[in-house]
Design a protein around this ligand. Sequence first.
Ligand code: IPM
Ligand code: MN
Length: 371
Amino acid sequence: MRKKIAVLPGDGIGPEVIEQALKVLDAVGDRYDHFFEYCYADVGAVAIDKHNNPLPDTTLETCVESDAIMFGAIGHPKYDNDPNAKIRPEQGLLKLRKELGLYANLRPVTTYPKLLHLSPLKEEKVKDVDLLILRELTGGIYFGTKGRNHDAGTAYDTCEYSIPEIERIAKLAFENAANRRKKVTLVDKANVLETSRLWRDTVRKMAASYPDITLDFMFVDNAAMQLIQYPKNFDVILTSNMFGDILSDEASVIAGSMGLLPSASIGNKTSLFEPIHGSFPQAAGEDIANPMATILSAAMMLESFGLLEEAKLIRTSIKKILEKGIGTPELNPKIIYSCSQIGDFIAHMIAEHEDFSMRQEKMSDGISTII
Ligand code: IPM
Ligand code: MN
């Protein structure tokens, strides 16, 4: 298979984690005879510095012409405390979502047995958590009419949804649930919001076409609580843009490390894959960031190409590594591996068909070629 991939490393640790994901993709390419062509483009603060625009037209063109996008992170402290700044890195991401029609954001949250102790929740609560948040990404209050009435001293943000907007993401939710534990929870605020009532009506009607899937409904305030108390009860969470933004950050702490959580933003043609962690500017250039979230995002990209075996190999490699207690400093402060070492390690495991235990022995003997 031949694929053209737009690579948008962005800010902070973005470039270094992206580099590791491309290493791993190249290893997959060598092993399975695929060719991934990378087209680099600027986005975020780095694009503001260079082009005075967080999403230059050339970047958008590169994305439109590609089969998928690998995205690092955006954000720089110099913009963080000034929400009134005319040009901000996030505008680049929001515009990209809108222009490419990236209507669904998929954020899987899984836990790994070796890392349960890192979770702020009790181990028995988080063991075996495996949930998927599907957040609507191009509508709702994020993109509705907004403005200020300076004379009256008021401001407004409008939340609007159409039936087709709800249907296309709900379809994805049912389809994903069919390959999982067959449960969809629609999270909304239907006791207050008219848009939520439209979501309920629409999704309830659609459920008739998916008799194997259990559909339930939950108010967002309750869902925020249930996610912490009983995260295992969730399979697929379907929700609107703003609720999804908040709940997906809440859910991300369950796993114990943000550095392990990938995401996919699905569009009609080109989809985007990115780690859920931000640009972590304090760590930029230090080679300490965890590249696993980005590498797992690359696995989601391969899946979207139908390369299921390849994606599974990446996941298994990461699981094996974690089982051995190998990780960046936030996972294991006792034996520290750098961002690039983790990338090398996974790429070598994939490229060389190497048995993990052999590699592990070599590493502990200090004779590994990669450490
Ligand atoms: C996210 C981020 C963005 C959002 C910001 C950076 C605009 O928080 O991807 O979740 O709110 O969607
Ligand atoms: Mn967010």
